[in-house]
Design a protein around this ligand. Structure first.
Ligand SMILES: [Cu+2]
Length: 196
C-alpha cells in the first residue's frame, strides 16, 4: 500500500517536470522579429536634380523609391549649401493661386512604391543659400527618416526657369531668415565696414 502511493506520487512529479521542459522548449524556439532593416536601407532616389540659383531660395527634385514592404517617411533634409531646408508641398490657396508650404508629416513613400518630387509639386526647399549653385555642379543632401536613419544622395545642378511658386511661410519665419542673413553679412563684411 505504502509502496503504491509512493510510486503514484513519483509518476505525477515526473509528468509535471516534463510539462515544464516542454513549455521551456516552446518559449525558447520563438524567433525574434526578422525585419530589423532601417527605412534608409529601403530608400533610393532616381533622377535627382537641383535648380541652379545665385542666392536665396532653390529646390531639389527626384523620384523617391521604397523597396520595403512598409511605408517609409522622409521627415527632414539637410545640405551644407543651405542652413535652412524644409520639405515642401505645393497647394492652391484660397484665391486659387499655387503656393508652397511646409508639408505636414514629411514625404511618405508607399510600400514598394515611389513618391515624386517635381516642380509644381512636392520638393526639398533650400532657403538662404550659402553660395551660388551653378549648373554642372553637384550638391549632396542627407535625408532623415521617421526611424532616425539617414541616407545621403548627390544631385546635379541644372538651369530651370520654373519652380517659382510663392512661399507662404508665416512672418516670424521670414524675420528669422532676415536675422540669419544679417548676421552672415556682419561676419563676412567686417573688414569692409567703414561706419565707425
Ligand atoms: Cu518650397
Amino acid at each position: 500500500m505504502n509502496t503504491s502511493l509512493h510510486t503514484t506520487f513519483r509518476f505525477g512529479a515526473l509528468l509535471a517536470a516534463s510539462a515544464l521542459v516542454l513549455a521551456g522548449c516552446a518559449s525558447t524556439s520563438t524567433q525574434p522579429a526578422a525585419d530589423t532593416a532601417t527605412q534608409a536601407e529601403a530608400f533610393a532616389i532616381a533622377d535627382a536634380w537641383v535648380k541652379a540659383a545665385d542666392s536665396g531660395m532653390s529646390a531639389a527634385f527626384g523620384e523617391l523609391e521604397n523597396a520595403s514592404g512598409e511605408d517609409i517617411v522622409v521627415v527632414a533634409a539637410s545640405s551644407e549649401v543651405s542652413p535652412m531646408i524644409e520639405l515642401h508641398e505645393t497647394v492652391a490657396d484660397d484665391a486659387g493661386e499655387m503656393v508652397m508650404q511646409e508639408i505636414d508629416g514629411g514625404f511618405v513613400i508607399p510600400a514598394e512604391g515611389t513618391s515624386l518630387l517635381e516642380p509644381g509639386g512636392n520638393h526639398i526647399m533650400l532657403m538662404g543659400l550659402e553660395q551660388p549653385m551653378l549648373a554642372g555642379e553637384e550638391v549632396t543632401f542627407t535625408l532623415t527618416f521617421a526611424d532616425d536613419s539617414t541616407a545621403e544622395f548627390t544631385a546635379p545642378v541644372k538651369d530651370y526657369s520654373g519652380a517659382n511658386e510663392n512661399y507662404v511661410g508665416d512672418d516670424s519665419d521670414m524675420d528669422d531668415m532676415d536675422d540669419m542673413d544679417d548676421s552672415d553679412m556682419d561676419e563676412s563684411d567686417d573688414h569692409e565696414d567703414h561706419d565707425h
